[in-house]
Design a protein around this ligand. Sequence first.
Ligand SMILES: *[C@@H]1O[C@H](CO)[C@@H](O)[C@H](O)[C@H]1NC(C)=O
Length: 248
Amino acid sequence: MGSRMALLCLLGLLVASPAIAASGIYYQLALMWPGAYCEQTSAGCCKPTTGVSPARDFYVSGFTVYNATTDAPVTGCNNAAPFDPNEIIGIQGLQQYWSSIRCPSNNGKSNWKNAWKKFGACSGLEEKDYFETALAFRSRINPLVRLKAKGIEPDFGLYGVKAIKKVFQAGIAATPVIQCSKGPFDKYQLYQLYFCAAEDGKFIDCPAPPQYTCSKEILFHPFKKWMLKQLQNEGADPFVLPGVAMEI
Ligand SMILES: *[C@@H]1O[C@H](CO)[C@@H](O)[C@H](O)[C@H]1NC(C)=O
């Protein structure tokens, strides 16, 4: 081995966290703030047809298993397992925290099917495990409750990106990647948070963080029940309480 190669190996060892080096994969979870989504989507948001109320909280919007060597999503399974909706029936929190509030009102199945087809089937996880693992990570992060505890609330206020990151550095010892979108008054607003976890479930800083543009301070848009268009003849409150902890 040439000395340059040896140096590269040494640097690699120093840089890679032991958890990653040991496992060969890591997870990346994307959590979407529905208040921003509804604000920026011209079609608006719709209450799901299932009758189950979505949570007033961050939703799982993506869950990807990455190859820790290449930092690319794990793919290449030849005959990906087909999506079986029966497998995920009854998963606790699925409808509340992995909600499809896209219009027109829908039952969420195509949303889950796409997630499975695109990232789940090749992940090495069984279908039920794939969804449960993502929801368990979301539950441990419990983003809205953590943010609110530090006074960061969806109240149209402007909050520092650093302050938001600090909440999670203190809470789960990992820094999220923050994705902003253009909100009202031409301000950047909090849209999605990306978290990574090693195969053993320990949260880590994302090794290949996606890059997004935000301003130093970003708007935290409210998420109100009137933002979810109701089906005709339905007057019930579409929300359940935020941050209801799930036992998974
Ligand atoms: C990660 O990628 C490397 C290089 O392509 C490959 O040898 C390895 O098997 C992959 N690991 C996983 C878990 O897919």
